[in-house]
Design a protein around this ligand. Structure first.
Ligand code: BEZ
Length: 229
């Protein structure tokens, strides 16, 4: 079902979205501009797990924005359905921010087919006519429009959005410095010196702050706090 792979340019499409109570047309590449973005799908409006997910994303929207990441949701519902459901989501957190990002109204499942968001084998995730809903996919797209992460979760399991933020932090740090990030890493923790950094380059980039566990496993402090490359 995966049509879009890591390193692909995110396929372009034109579609209708619901945003701040309005239906409007967008060209996806124009909408992306030169920004980081997350395109993510949910199975259906007015369903329990999806409601908790969209509410969680609305509440952490500022965390995505502060990292320069735009968000765009998607399901195979129409713009009127999105508009009504978003009111329910906003009402769940009356003192929190409203859901401000667009949700694609992919009624004809054109974008879902293009990105491989439909899981034809999940017999529990179908509409009343037996047509598959979109599964819970996530695509992280970088400023060059390149796909940097793909995820697909089952309908039964709500996603962990702090994990998506953590991946954004890792990708953005890795694009800036010659580092990778270890298991369970979080912003501020030590990082791994990229295997391509060898010889004099190690000292040039990371000074004396390199802890060598094995020749192929070398840790250094989060470079965003001290180094520039
Ligand atoms: C839910 O959001 O709860 C859900 C949606 C579609 C299928 C199963 C669960």
């Amino acid at each position: 079902m995966v049509n879009v792979r890591l390193g692909d340019i995110a396929p372009n499409f034109q579609t209708t979205v619901s945003e701040n109570g309005q239906a409007k047309e967008i060209d996806f590449h124009e909408w992306l501009g030169g920004s980081w973005a997350i395109l993510f799908s949910h199975p259906d409006d007015y369903t329990p797990v999806c409601t908790t997910e969209l509410s969680a994303v609305a509440l952490s929207y500022a965390d995505f924005k502060s990292r320069g990441v735009k968000l765009i949701g998607l399901s195979a519902n129409n713009a009127d359905s999105h508009k009504g459901w978003i009111k329910d989501i906003d009402a769940l957190s009356p003192n929190g921010p409203n859901l401000e990002f667009p949700i694609i109204a992919d009624e004809d499942r054109k974008v879902a087919e293009l990105y491989g968001m439909l899981d034809h084998l999940d017999a529990t995730n179908v509409d009343k006519k037996g047509i598959p809903f979109t599964v819970r996919t996530v695509f992280i797209i970088d400023p060059e429009k390149k796909v940097r992460l793909t995820l697909a979760y089952p309908a039964s399991t709500g996603r962990n959005f702090p994990e998506i933020l953590r991946v954004i932090d890792s990708l953005q740090l890795g694009d800036k410095y010659k580092i990778t990030t270890p298991a369970n890493w979080k912003k501020g923790d030590d990082v791994i010196v990229h295997p391509s950094v060898q010889g004099e380059k190690v000292k040039e980039l990371f000074g004396d702050d390199v802890k060598t566990v094995y020749p192929y496993l070398r840790f250094t402090a989060d470079p965003s706090s001290k180094h520039t490359v």
